[in-house]
Design a protein around this ligand. Structure first.
Ligand SMILES: C[S@@+](CC[C@H](N)C(=O)[O-])C[C@H]1O[C@@H](n2cnc3c(N)ncnc32)[C@H](O)[C@@H]1O
Length: 384
């Protein structure tokens, strides 16, 4: 294989060592894979955003330290004038490796990846399992073409297809593992159909930005069931060929709504994605969750919840005061979710699990699938 820049292998090995020291990487197999995959060849250029929001492109060959570090490299932006948003990237290697460790692959297993992007993760999988056992799809035909060319140049030949990952890739099923590197609002049953009995799927379940987490589900008979991962993670949302990509910031309601302030003493609001997740049970589809950042420090100062009818609520993270506006009663839903979470003992993600049934029901449960503490997520069209 042609590996371009000299000296990259020592950078790749250092990255593998770092991920091991941090506890992201556990097994020698993934250490070898991270050390052997030339990320700079799969991601020759990337975008970075200035404090004022402008994007500029840079060549990664001159920044090997950065390429071989736990940093997401944004590779494609939507066409949106000044409001361009990332629609493809090479995911942070620390998160990628944590997911690969969670996936617990064994020699000879067949893996389907949803969201090829740059092909970096497909290359890690191909190194670990062999080209013949790795399949990867992306909705962007141009991305597949580029990934195919770069993977081949680097000596990797997984099977790639340009198609909507919501359909899986029935042609080569069954798979032992499915890993999705874009988030979905509901787990498509097509994935369960294409999993071997006992196979697993690891996916970021989010109905709205920030409101959800990675969940690792095992297929047993006609059920997918499993737990959310302890560490929170966020992927870009699955998009479809005909749709406009979802903005990564909560939509900001505007206009002259009547604003009222509410105090919420004793409730910390600064890191509660589980509450946002539960709040969706009481909020209309399309509600978004986000943060306002301090323009100087880029630290979150407010969290915002915005409903599609323009109703919104905003929490000041310094003093927990809430300001809200509009008809939907956004804040009431969030308070309800906080009460549900408190009544359940304020569980962290790893105590929560999910069961998905063939009819599309998504049941969220506490500790055990048959727990009396459970919530049925409202129906959403399964990722399409
Ligand atoms: C975070 S990037 C993937 C990172 C990639 N695994 C890597 O190693 O570079 C998410 C990818 O999901 C893709 N994607 C979004 N919607 C999709 C869909 N419906 N089907 C397949 N891929 C999709 C995007 O085009 C994007 O390339």
């Amino acid at each position: 294989m042609s590996t371009g820049e000299t000296g990259w292998t020592s950078h790749a090995e250092r990255l593998a060592d770092l991920l091991r020291q941090r506890g992201d990487l556990l097994s020698p197999e993934w250490h070898r894979a991270v050390s052997a995959v030339p990320r700079h060849l799969l991601v020759p250029t990337a975008f970075e955003q200035s404090g004022t929001g402008e994007w500029t492109e840079f060549a990664t060959a001159g920044s090997l330290e950065r390429v071989y570090s736990p940093e997401t490299l944004i590779t494609v932006l939507s066409d949106g004038g000044p409001h361009r948003t990332p629609i493809s990237s090479s995911t942070k290697p620390d998160l990628m490796v944590r997911m690969l460790e969670t996936l617990d692959v064994r020699d000879g297993q067949r893996v389907l990846e949803i969201g090829t992007g740059t092909g970096y993760n497909a290359a890690l999988l191909a190194y670990r399992l062999g080209d013949d056992n790795v399949f990867s799809v992306d909705v962007g035909a141009d991305l597949i073409e580029l990934a195919q060319a770069r993977l081949s140049a680097a000596g990797f030949f997984p099977t790639l297809r340009a198609s909507d990952g919501a359909d899986g890739l029935p042609e080569f099923a069954p798979y032992d593992r499915i890993i999705a590197t874009c988030s979905v609002p509901a787990v498509p049953w097509a994935w369960a159909d294409q999993l071997a009995e006992g196979g697993t799927v690891l996916v970021d379940l989010k109905r709205a930005i920030s409101a959800g987490n990675l969940v690792h589900l095992r297929r047993t008979g006609d059920r997918l069931a499993g737990r959310f991962t302890a560490r929170w993670a966020a992927f870009m949302a699955m998009r479809h060929a005909e749709a406009t990509p979802q903005a990564s910031q909560a939509a900001r309601a505007s206009g002259d709504e009547q604003v009222r302030a509410t105090a919420t003493p004793g409730k910390p609001w600064n890191d509660v994605p589980i509450v946002w997740f539960l709040a969706q049970l009481r909020l209309p589809p399309g509600t978004t969750f986000g943060y306002d950042l301090d323009p100087d420090t880029l630290h979150p100062t407010f969290t915002t919840v915005s409903a599609p009818d323009g109703s919104w609520a905003r929490v000041n993270l310094a003093d927990s005061t809430v300001t809200e506006a509009g008809e939907t009663g956004v804040w009431e839903a969030v308070e309800w979710a906080h009460d549900q979470w408190s009544a359940a003992g304020k569980p962290k993600w790893e105590r929560l699990g999910l069961t998905v049934s063939p009819n599309g029901t998504h049941r969220l449960w506490l500790d055990q699938p048959d727990s009396s503490t459970h919530w049925d997520l409202p129906d959403v069209p399964a990722a399409r």
